[in-house]
Ligand binder design. Structure first.
Ligand code: GLC
Length: 651
């Protein structure tokens, strides 16, 4: 029944469209639309089927896909076809990413283009440029409050500059990742302005209320995202005389996706950036897309349906483009953003592995891998053709989003343990050299998160101030250990710009009133390119980190077992300080690499007999692929020095 309705509607829409588009070669468009239409129609019906304007909106959706397909440049259409033929291309171990603020890495886009050689030098071949669109002059949540989804802020350059940069990236085999901030606009966006002027059409783009009745109902169950700076989830707009839902900051108005017009506008924006040459789109804050009274308004089923619909539509117009889900939510929830009950990823092909990130930070503070092992054991397998984005630091805070059951399973008390971590990373704990800053402290719940650059969090800043060579060495080892973990786990490692040089906290944000109350700015650096030259001077921190990471990246790219096909086995070795897992080459289980990491400040031993399938290692022939050396052995025991990792093979 559904099928019949959807087919006759499709035929009608295509007949209506024909006069406009008959000139074009729409062969691929028609094939893909045919293949995806049933799913698109079904999802659109579940979400919007009860509306009177359903048919008209459905028509508009198809028009949007067709128009963007027609506008898609030929070279991108060719790349869509090539990627379709090699559809697991992004699971390869050859991808290594870096995230950055374009104006922190360079002055603007043309200057960034001059610095492409730096990515090539390090081995980075996927670059995520954080938002650079027009946004409010003062506070703009680091550009995540967008005032015009299609206009690059002139501080960064022009659209042409971005297209040139995309061209340069592609010439060198670098993937371009851009943000699409789906959940909200700034309060200066044209839609918000029109809503404020009284347009009911645009008031329907947001959640706007005359009085506190509905907002109060929402507030009962909605948590606060930025409790210190933006308490509550609604803001009174004086000019409009109404309340607006603002889950993040007061100047970020949440979009109302129960209105199909909003969905279509945002799909159009996704396809627009796909057509400017983005290979990957990072969909910001996707957990928040659907709001429901009585819920926490995160991870709602409809948020998943919206993403599935976006993916299906993108499959029609720009199928080579991947989505990254930025969903920093509970471990069991994150995995759902790949899509559920499907063989192939049906929502986002890539998701931030916030679970692994937070667990790694736990291992550093506790100097053991108990919670890390437990948390990874609880992590369900992903779908096929889906991959993690593994990272240590990013532009955001570190949230302590562990599963309480996992914390209890390793004999900690959740609240006390989280407090320990906050104390440790803010340097309050006696034994800690960490210089992190608290972020997002919530007086009501006692929750807190952590800001700080990687180097400052692992004690490098304090060690340099103390002139303590041993602690400097330790901090460097921990930075490399953490990177060794994200490079071998399975997924795309995402470095954060500046970490490859040991960039410390930057407190200059405190002088800018628009930033002073947001400690995340302490780890959003402006690269000092004179200092970066030290990466060529042996003995310096910059050299030690940069050259080691460069080597690590090069070695990773050679290890086929590091490609991501859910080919990882966690090994319980009975030593709480060690995190040990095996990676298998796809379809060749005997070709494996054993990853062994010691989070402790003392050397640890691992009895090779303790490892299952020991037979794969021919005694004495073990080699660490990262260092190229034979690891230290004592009798049958492998010795792992403090804060060291091995990528072991016998081949
Ligand atoms: C994402 C961004 C973060 C921003 C938030 C609201 O989580 O990474 O920086 O504050 O979305 O847009």
């Amino acid at each position: 029944m559904y099928e019949q309705v959807s087919h006759s509607l499709l035929n009608q829409i295509l007949t209506d469209l024909k006069p406009e588009i008959h000139e074009e070669d729409l062969r691929h468009f028609y094939t893909r639309l045919g293949a995806n239409f049933y799913s698109i129609y079904s999802l659109f019906t579940v979400l919007y089927g009860k509306r009177d304007d359903f048919q008209r909106q459905m028509q508009k959706l198809v028009e949007t896909m067709a128009r963007q397909y027609i506008q898609r440049p030929d070279h991108l259409k060719e790349s869509d076809i090539a990627r379709g033929q090699d559809h697991n291309w992004f699971l390869s171990q050859e991808w290594v990413g870096m995230a950055q603020y374009p104006d922190g890495y360079a002055k603007n886009l043309p200057e960034l283009q001059q610095r492409v050689h730096y990515f090539l030098e390090l081995g980075v071949n996927m670059v995520h440029l954080m938002p650079m669109l027009v946004c409010p002059k003062g506070a703009s949540d680091g550009g995540y409050a967008v005032s015009d989804f299609r206009r690059i802020d002139q501080r960064f350059g022009s659209l042409e500059d971005l297209q040139n940069l995309a061209g340069e990236f592609h010439k060198h085999g670098i993937l371009l990742t851009l943000d699409v901030v789906l959940n909200h606009t700034s309060n200066e966006h044209e839609w918000a302005r029109k809503a404020r002027e009284g347009s009911s059409k645009y008031q329907d783009y947001y959640y706007i209320f005359d009085n506190r009745e509905v907002p109060d109902m929402f507030e009962v169950t909605m948590p606060e995202i930025f409790p210190e700076t933006a308490s509550g989830n609604f803001t009174w707009d004086e000019e409009m005389g109404k309340w607006v839902m603002t889950v993040f900051n007061s100047f970020q108005w949440d979009l109302n996706y129960s209105n199909p017009a909003v969905f279509i506008e945002m799909l159009d924006i996704i396809l627009y950036w796909a057509n400017q040459g983005a290979d990957i789109l990072r969909l910001d804050a996707v957990a928040f897309l659907w709001k429901k009274i009585g819920s926490i308004c995160q991870n709602e089923r409809e948020a998943h349906l919206l993403l599935q619909l976006m993916k299906d539509c993108c499959q029609v117009s720009a199928p080579g483009v991947l989505f990254i889900a930025e969903a920093i939510v509970a471990p069991v929830e994150i995995i759902k953003y790949f899509g559920e009950d499907a063989i192939n990823a049906k929502e986002c092909e890539i998701a931030y592995n916030a679970t692994y990130m937070a667990l790694l930070w736990d291992a550093v503070a506790t100097k053991n891998a108990r919670l890390l092992n437990q948390g990874i054991k609880s992590l369900p397998d992903k779908l096929e053709r889906a991959t993690w984005l593994n990272y240590v630091r990013c532009h955001d805070d570190i949230g302590l989003g562990y599963d309480d059951n996992d914390i209890r399973a390793v004999d900690y008390e959740p609240r006390a343990h989280r407090q320990f971590l906050i104390d440790y990373y803010t340097g309050k704990y006696a034994d800690s050299l960490s210089r992190g800053l608290p972020f997002g402290h919530n007086d009501k719940t006692g929750d807190s998160r952590i800001s700080g650059s990687l180097a400052s969090l692992v004690g490098l800043e304090a060690a340099l101030d103390l002139g303590d060579q041993a602690e400097i060495d330790n901090a460097i080892k921990i930075i490399l250990l953490l990177h060794g973990m994200i490079m071998s786990f399975g997924g795309i490692p995402l470095l954060y710009y500046g970490d490859e040089l040991g960039t410390l906290n930057d407190t200059s944000y405190l002088e800018d009133p628009a930033k002073a109350n947001d400690s995340r700015w302490t780890h959003r650096p402006r690269i000092n390119w004179d200092k970066a030259q030290l990466r060529n001077s042996p003995g310096t921190v910059e050299y030690r980190l940069f050259s080691a990471l460069k080597k690590m990246i090069a070695v990773r790219k050679e290890i086929a077992a590091f490609a991501d096909f859910n080919n990882r086995e966690l090994l319980d070795v009975g030593n709480p300080h060690l995190f040990v897992f095996a990676r298998f080459k796809y379809a060749q289980p005997t070709s494996r690499v054993l990853v062994v990491a010691n989070f402790d400040s003392s050397p640890q031993h691992l009895h090779l007999r303790d490892i299952e399938r020991k037979a794969y290692f021919r005694n004495g022939a073990i080699r660490d692929l990262y260092s190229g050396e034979k690891p230290a052995m004592f009798k049958e025991e492998l010795v792992i020095p403090p804060y060291r990792f091995y990528w072991l093979t016998d081949q």
